[in-house]
Design a protein around this ligand. Sequence first.
Ligand SMILES: *Cc1c(COP(=O)(O)O)cnc(C)c1O
Length: 418
Amino acid sequence: MHEFKYRGNELYCEDVGISTIAASVGTPFYLYSYKTLLDHYDKLRDAFSSVRPLICFSVKSNSNLAVLRALVKSGAGLDIVSGGELYRARHVGADPKKIVYAGVGKRRDEIADAIRAGILLFNIESKEELEEIQRVAASLRKRVNVALRINPDVVPHTHAYVATGKGGSKFGLDFETVYGIFASRKRYPDLNIRGVHIHIGSQILDAAPFEKAIKKVLAFIKSRRISVDYFNIGGGLGIIYSMEHPQTARSFAGRILPLLKRSGLKIILEPGRFISGNSGVLVTKVLYNKTTPRKRFVIVDGGMSDLIRPSLYEAHHNIVPVITDREAGRHPQKVDVVGPICESGDFLARDRLLPPVERGDLLAVMGAGAYGFTMSSNYNSRPRPAEVMVIKGKFYVVRERESYSDLVRGEKIPKELR
Ligand SMILES: *Cc1c(COP(=O)(O)O)cnc(C)c1O
């Protein structure tokens, strides 16, 4: 469910008409619904309430400070993957005891910062990383809590680029290596190995692969007599982009809660997309229509530099007109919705049935709240779009549109070239 609905012939975000916002901030822009964000967080928290999990929102899915602040204020922790995300987490006043830190390539300075901040757990992705954290912990004279990220070797049905929990992926440790680490834990005198972690992929629509991975990990812990406090079951819950039928938070919880309860472990969840995905849209304006002998194109002012998911993951995003009044009696046409970037891979939709549009019409690209702005770039020297949030009937620019001077910030022409 989300709060982007038509009232009369206009698409609204909560109680605010989207064309009003566009008139004020220009296009393209990301638009987030505060209410939707919190609703999704609440749904997950309520579904899992019987184990009182720590829900760490995945910062990489949407790292806007207002989004993070909204969730932190409601009690969420944060799942970070870099020093930059730690910086953001601290900026919004996140409780360090609710921060978990994953990622295969943590640098020494990032590790030191996170130790000094007093985060809850590092999720370890390799033996050398564990050794590095031991060295940093020793030099800072701190005891550091870690969890081992296990690659449980299960195959979720999702796009290959977002499957992270099968053999051959760069993420996590195989069971034997994990066992070896527990067996030699004395070699890490400044680390408490307090948990195990899995994150098997993203946009996973049913509970089966989660169930399988969780069972594998719990059986492993039991058979090898491994004692830990935390079980972080990762994120990856799928959402509706168009015709998907993902499990609800409640049905997901129904399937895996019995396993989790029996384990007696403290549970951590790391949802990203489930919370932020349908809480945001990308609003873009039609620049031109173009008809070629083979195809019709709708050229809009938002492209792959703003939203790369269609190009990168072949992701489907519904695209709808913000104003629908001219549609009556007009037949939808099959079009490619493309951006202004000089790449053939720059499209938001291909062979999509859309009502006819005219120059200046606004379109909303739905489900763009996760891995939207956070994956945006300045390719083709395009300033990144504004981000806007609707909160209780008002809209706020939560990130200004970049300017041309932002584009060249930090660049220098050496003397020799003057
Ligand atoms: C990206 C990521 C998540 C969030 O994934 P979603 O599919 O957005 O829920 C959770 N945990 C880790 C370790 C991640 O890398």
